[in-house]
Write a protein of this length. Structure first.
Length: 167
């Protein structure tokens, strides 16, 4: 992909997220773009290969994000707290859409991220119906069914209120 195309996509993504945040159009309850939970193999920053289904029996919070996305970065402390408060019941998985992955490991260390971070690829993104803006989060219940999807920044209290019915 040409550098100018990547820059254009990045700028448009930032504008989309910025408009959504400024107009408070972030929400839970969006109809998921897909009806069944995909189970692709995810390559993590730590070198592991994981699948979403290996966490079946837990509530999975799958978050698509990037280091250059201000609402994504602002949401990270809520996801860290969620993972720390419910370690036996919840598994947070981050999927980075960063093109330059060289900054991920230092970023993860700096932010104290306590959940796995995987690399996005076209197969993974298309498995989830294409990610139109970030952050985008899916909540998957213990039976491996997508029960919520969310676009934009969300606080710990918002995440917690959405997972509590499934605890």
């Amino acid at each position: 992909m040409k550098k100018s195309t990547i820059i254009t996509i990045a700028v448009l993504s930032l504008l989309t997220v910025g408009i959504a945040v400024s107009q408070k159009t972030t929400f839970f309850g969006a109809k998921p773009a897909i009806s069944e939970t995909p189970n692709p193999t995810i390559q993590t920053v730590s070198g592991e290969s994981i699948t979403i289904s290996q966490y079946k029996g837990k509530i999975i919070v799958l978050n698509f994000w990037a280091t250059w996305c201000p609402p994504c970065v602002a949401e990270i402390p809520a996801l860290i707290e969620l993972q720390a408060k419910y370690p036996n019941d919840v598994k947070v998985i981050g999927i980075s859409v960063d093109q330059d992955t060289s900054k991920l490991k230092p970023f993860i260390t700096q932010k104290g991220i306590n959940y796995p971070i995987g690399y996005a690829n076209s197969k993974l993104l298309s498995a989830f119906g294409g990610i139109q803006s970030i952050p985008t989060t899916y909540i998957i219940d213990r039976n491996f069914k997508i029960v919520e999807s969310a676009v934009g920044f969300h606080s710990f209290k918002e995440f917690e209120s959405k997972i509590k019915p499934y605890l």
